[in-house]
Design a protein around this ligand. Structure first.
Ligand code: BDR
Ligand code: CA
Length: 318
């Protein structure tokens, strides 16, 4: 049985890999992409998503969403130093042929959840603004959605944009708090696990040798991303597959081991804004626990990702 998914993205290099992974996985039916700001602007994320879908020969519609956080103005700079000036490792060669849809991302999520109650999985790998807006427009969304998987947060490890905050949560702390407390059946795939899923340079070289337009585009991005990782984390053995791991969990939940937790997001003007921490919460009917991924079978996930996206094996790529 296939799982219907919507990918909510701020495309971005690892977002691009997540889209490619989802599009090449028969277990998933990618019914649409919704876009937001984060790594780059929402307009650029929309454009990049369309470009990638054309390279993948995939006709999923793309719905533009939020351009700024839920309850404040944009305050976190875009991450062009990690993802390139264009968000795709400076690979931009022209505009996409296909256009984005008119409908807002939040409305598309609501529409699909109502059409397929408890059947739809949303995989959100950017700031959670589109989902926060969707909750305002449809308060019963948590009961309609089958599963929400997010890439975001850092519960047991340090942050990546501040000592305590992960980038997606930090970009929209109030939106994230709204979503995390809403009662979704939800899995949080944060830095706790994604910093263990590293793609090494040697595999990128093997991948480039395939010589297709898609492999040239994706490996060009990956080389930029690996260089950026080397600059801010010298000596690291590759680059983190943050967003692809969230897709991996939709395909095979056993890639990670989770624990049910009450998670609080630090909001407002606190120095720890964007921190995701475990708190004592109510039990029983009012409990809003979510599943937090704390361990990952990184080798098995990497092998699966390589086979699907690159059509290579880690062992043959030495
Ligand atoms: C997350 O932030 C973004 O830069 C990446 O695309 C990923 O979703 C990692 O903290
Ligand atoms: Ca992302």
């Amino acid at each position: 049985m296939t799982t219907r998914i919507i990918l909510d993205v701020d495309t971005g290099i690892d977002d691009s890999l997540a889209i490619a992974y989802a599009a090449s996985s028969p277990e998933l039916e990618l019914v649409g992409i919704t876009t937001t700001y984060g790594n780059i602007s929402q307009e650029e994320a929309t454009r990049n998503s369309l470009i990638l879908l054309e390279l993948l020969h995939h006709d999923a519609p793309v719905y533009p969403g939020a351009a700024k956080p839920y309850a404040r103005e944009l305050f976190k700079p875009y991450a062009r130093h990690i993802h390139g000036e264009d968000g795709i490792g400076n690979q931009l060669a022209g505009e996409p042929i296909r256009k984005a849809e008119e409908k807002h991302a939040a409305d598309f999520i609501i529409e699909q959840a109502k059409l397929h109650p408890q059947q739809l999985t949303v995989i959100a790998v950017g700031p959670l603004t589109n989902l926060a807006l969707a909750l305002d427009r449809c308060p019963e969304l948590p009961q309609l959605l089958g599963h929400l998987i997010i890439m975001g947060g850092a519960v047991t490890v340090p942050g990546n944009v501040t000592p305590t905050a992960e980038a997606n949560i930090y970009s929209d702390p109030e939106g994230a708090a709204r979503v995390i407390e809403a009662g979704f059946h939800m899995t949080m795939v944060g830095l706790d696990v994604t910093m263990q899923t590293l793609l090494p340079q040697r595999l990128v070289e093997k991948w480039r040798a395939q010589g297709t337009a898609l492999s040239a585009f994706l490996t060009g991005m990956m080389e930029f991303y690996i260089d950026a990782y080397q600059k801010f984390k010298p000596g690291i053995a590759g680059c983190a597959l943050h967003d692809p791991l969230a897709v991996g969990v939709a395909i095979d939940p056993s890639f990670v081991r989770t624990r049910s937790m009450h998670i609080q997001v630090e909001t407002g003007a606190s120095v720890a804004v964007g921190r995701t921490s475990e708190i004592e919460g109510p039990t029983g009917a009012t409990s809003q626990q979510i599943e937090v991924a704390l361990e990952v079978d990184a080798d098995r996930f990497l092998e699966h990702f390589l086979q699907r996206v690159m059509h290579i094996h880690s062992t043959t790529a030495n």
